[in-house]
Design a protein around this ligand. Sequence first.
Ligand code: ZN
Ligand code: ZN
Ligand code: FE
Length: 766
Amino acid sequence: MTNVVQGRRITIRGIVQGVGFRPFVYGLATGHQLNGWVLNSSSGVEIEVEGSEPALSAFTMALQEQMPPLAKIDEFNTAKIAVQEFKHFTIRHSQPKPGEYIPVSPDVSICDDCLQELFDPANRRYRYPFINCTNCGPRFTIIKDIPYDRPKTSMTDFPLCPECLQEYENPLDRRFHAQPVACEVCGPNIWYEENGTTIAEKEQSLQAAREAIKSGKVIAVKGLGGFHLACDASNSKAVNTLRSRKRRSDKPFALMAFDLQTIRQFCMISPKEEELLSSRQRPIVLLDKIENASLSNAVAPKQNTLGFMLPYTPLHLLLLEPADDFPDVLVMTSGNLSEEPIAFKDDDAIQRLSPLVDGFLMHNRPIHIRVDDSVVRMFNDAIYPLRRSRGYAPDPIVLKEKHISIFAAGGELKNAFGFTRDRYAFLSHHIGDLENYETLRSFEEGIDHFEKLFRITPQAIACDSHPSYLASQYARKRAQQENLPLVEIQHHHAHLASCLADNGLENSEEPVIGLIFDGTGYGTDGTIWGGEFLIGNCSSFKRVHHLQAIPQPGGDLATRTPARMALAHLWQNKMEWQDNLPPVQALSKIEIQVILRQLENSINTPLTSSMGRLFDAVSSLIGIRQTVNYEGQAAIEMEAIAAPDENSFYEIEFKPEQTSINLHTFWEQLINDIRSGTPASVLSARFHNSIAQLSLTVSRALQSRYTINTVALSGGVWQNRYLLNKTVALLKQNQFRVLTHKRVPANDGGIALGQLLIAENQLKKN
Ligand code: ZN
Ligand code: ZN
Ligand code: FE
């Protein structure tokens, strides 16, 4: 009975293409003496096999248990079929079917096997900057369409040489159907140019680029998802030159070092952080800095962390190869001017970056879509994303059930958009701040690309309810043009829903307490919200408490000038602007007069309950920052000096019967402390502790009023680790269940996920 031949058809969905899945199936099938075939379809992998029942079950089991490292199975179906008497097991050609799709793998850092070959003089790809295999290499950045086959990638112009072709066609080879496979003979290559003239090619170009860096020059390096600007991180002159050319005065630069050992000289690394740094995503990881003189202070002024990443492509490894006279650490910041999107097309990069650099390390493998480096941190031994991009996007968030196809436009700053289709939420790579034409174009190109890649035709559109966000304007226009339902979503509700979905609770009807602490977001009453205590789920929400609304004198100018927010907070609470207070000293007499007039006559003073602006005001009053050069700077520098062991806090008066939380007594205590000469590090700690304490007080009140025990923390302010640590600890000590982000950022880079879910629920209601 057991030897009777039976037939099976297996269909698999998930990340199963471009990851060595078919050779794996081939190896397994032939190993179990099964005949039949395997192919990549536009919806996944399809297999037909025949053999004895025991062999078939062993095969089916092994398929799921031993799959290749990069594969991820979301759906696995088997069905009995009639025996067709196959004579062999074969790999068949891909069969595109209209409308079908599968998730596309993100770009993957170089694997250990390729790394070893890269530095093996006997290997034919020795020192070849584009070595890769089915387990590693570019994916999302080179793919133009599905199914994922070479002609549909930017490798289409590099026909395989006989040797590469042999590897590509051999099911037992590590490079079987690895679409970007190439070698020195047939593949892309590198050159180094200065002022439009090629100075060196191939291996010599690496030496030329390294010489340039050694001599203190700033160079552009074409990488995986775009260009980096690179220089010697220990050379202050070079770093400052880069700062002034890039017009980026204080914002920290990302760093790259050859290996973990090098990073250990500058930062504390836990075993979990080590894992994260070396993971196949190779994100920039924010690490605690060790005081060390050998890095320029201009790399990350006034920060207690450094953002490090390991080389993730062979080219980066070759560029950073250790040598006695070569710097250990390079600045590797995105190749753009200030807030523009990262350059990724050669012509555009040369045009835009030429004024910023002394040379270009180029290559001729086209980048199809621009993708920035991801930025993450560890929190309680779990990953806490700050920017979800290269290595993570376009991996979908797998949802609990099927969804209709919706497009969500995301927010204005740190934009990432999203789509739902079936059980997937596809969130885009980091698009950036939608404040200029370049970024808007990148946003639109990204949307087109996602729709094409995942064959999505949205049936509805979701956006932030802000009247003037460019992303919302795009969404409104598109909904009108395509006659699609449009759902406008309150910003902080989207944060709350995003945190719920991030924790797999998108279907939970039970409302949770949302502590949504944010810089800014458009409120349902037309004021600017951001210090919000909400009750809600992924369908609806209620604003139960919020920080007292403060006039923001000068509107956006106050966002860039913490001193203005400090004075506004004091004015609102009828407290004096004493001459010796840092914000008063920082502003001119005339400016102070103007601010007073604005406040007294309500001229250009939009109201805000923003937690971010409260952080700005405190940072100003305790003398840390009076004006900022990048978003969040005042809060980040204040967090950096907070005394870790200080546990006292200021009482913030909370009256459960009032929606607005008054800060008057808080300011009194803080001003008293300032007057008595308490050090800024203690003031900063006490302020952070006060917000953690307030979070607990309000959560407790809501717990007893609504019998809710779950608290969700979302919004940009939760990027503050000091506050996050203290608050989560306090809430947990008091038996709350605490939800924090783990797959999408707490900042606006995560709100598209919330928008998608709220939109669908609201459409269902209507
Ligand atoms: Zn590899
Ligand atoms: Zn070749
Ligand atoms: Fe926000």
